[in-house]
Design a binder for this molecule. Structure first.
Ligand SMILES: *Cc1c(COP(=O)(O)O)cnc(C)c1O
Length: 403
């Protein structure tokens, strides 16, 4: 039985919220303030409450949220920003777009997030070489799991570095009792449709408790405005969120906690079913993931992906090419082998369908597919071993030394 399901099911969510979303969009069409309408202030106030951060500033995308954060600290040429190579390209791209240099730091093999020990070494190395000015750390909460902020903050403090949290995948996650989007001096999230909280287009938000940084971000978001849009006091961006997207997010935020619970339950089912067949996600004590993805590791990735996809269940690989080996960063001179943990993970990882409306039948189906793949592979390995023995023993009979 082939199931044929989408990797992320936004249709079922739309059916659930249809009247609320239609009413929200209709309101915008009626009042006509398509840009910076009342929905923006309302959403910003909800987001600030939800994450318990003083300032939530909506913007045009997660990438622009990262840019706004970096620009608020005047990051530019000659600056080093320490980040993970195991992320969506936008993280490192934002650094490079401002002329600064991303310094890639290897990841922890279990959390897939930046490894604090390697981070400490990288900061020391950059300081000693004196080529770049170490400015900040840009950790990513990959697949929805917060990075190790206690250690990151300690290193940041010791070396006077800023911390910009890339929370594009982790809206809704917790680090102790702190919400993701409150874990950096500035935090950036994305409301791209496929993220845990997504709108119907591009969108993002920047968060900070710091009044001065917030004021600067508000200015940068609208062409570096001062008293008004035509009083330009710095070089900025056009990085506003549309009122219609804010209306969509206001409706979706109402059911977000319920959806998060459903993701968490699915992750539990996946974990129970699959933990003997593949390496399932590790969640350190005190943390909770937003479950943007459910990613597993196996030495038999390609065979598993092929078998799962044959049954109509889509699979994704995040990420086949780590940023330090991407063409765009070839000029930085990284070589294969430079960041071994990242490179090994990128060869073994794949992600299963994860969304709040997934039928638990799928988890059981995937389990039986993976089980069969492993049986087949171990059978093949066994047969290979046997035929090897035969060769060796025949060799022995022929008078060759047996190894
Ligand atoms: C999606 C994503 C971004 C970029 O967000 P956009 O809204 O697509 O611009 C940045 N960082 C990470 C880790 C992401 O997953």
């Amino acid at each position: 039985m082939v199931i044929n399901i989408p990797f992320i099911d936004l249709q079922t969510q739309y059916e659930r919220l249809k009247p609320q979303i239609a009413a929200g969009i209709d309101r915008v069409l009626h009042h006509g303030a398509y840009v910076m309408g009342p929905e923006i202030a309302e959403l910003e106030s909800r987001l600030s409450d939800y994450c318990n951060v003083k300032h939530a500033i909506t913007c045009s995308s997660g990438t622009d949220a990262l840019l706004l954060g970096l620009m608020a600290w005047d990051v530019g040429p000659g600056d080093a920003v320490f980040t993970t190579p195991f992320t969506f390209f936008a993280t490192a791209e934002a650094i490079a777009l401002l002329g600064a240099t991303p310094v890639f730091v290897d990841i922890d093999s279990r959390t897939f997030n930046i490894d604090p020990d390697r981070l400490e070494e990288a900061v020391q190395r950059v300081k000693q070489s004196g080529d770049l000015n170490p400015r900040g750390i840009l950790p990513v909460n990959l697949f929805g799991l917060p990075a190790d902020y206690r250690e990151i903050d300690r290193i940041a403090k010791e070396h006077a570095l800023f911390v910009l949290e890339d929370a594009a995948q982790s809206f809704g996650a917790k680090y102790g009792n702190q919400a993701s989007c409150s874990l950096g001096e500035i935090s950036a999230t994305s409301f791209f449709p496929a993220k845990p909280l997504g709108c119907y287009g591009d969108g993002g938000a920047v968060f900070t408790d710091d009044d001065a940084l917030a004021e600067k971000i508000l200015s940068l978001r609208i062409h570096g405005m001062g008293q008004n849009k035509y009083d330009n006091v710095r070089i900025g961006l056009n990085a506003r969120m549309d009122s219609i997207q804010a209306a969509v997010l206001l409706a979706k935020l109402e059911i977000f906690d319920d959806e998060l619970g459903k993701r968490r339950r699915l992750a539990g089912v996946y974990d129970q079913c699959l933990k003997d067949l593949v390496e399932t996600p590790y969640i350190p004590g005190g943390m909770s993931s937003a479950w943007a993805q459910f990613s597993v590791l196996s030495d038999h990735r390609e065979a598993m992906i092929e078998a799962i996809e044959e049954q109509g269940i889509p699979v994704q690989v995040y990420y086949r090419v780590p940023c330090h080996l991407s063409k765009a960063f070839a000029h930085l001179g990284y070589k294969p082998g430079d960041l071994p943990v990242t490179e090994e993970v990128s060869l073994r990882i794949f992600s299963l369908p994860m969304h709040p409306y997934l039928d638990f039948r799928v988890a059981t189906k995937i389990t039986s597919i993976l089980h069969n793949v492993l049986l087949r592979i171990s059978g093949e390995a066994w047969r290979a071993k046997m035929s090897m023995r035969e060769t060796v023993s025949n060799a022995g009979k022929a008078g060759y030394p047996i190894p």
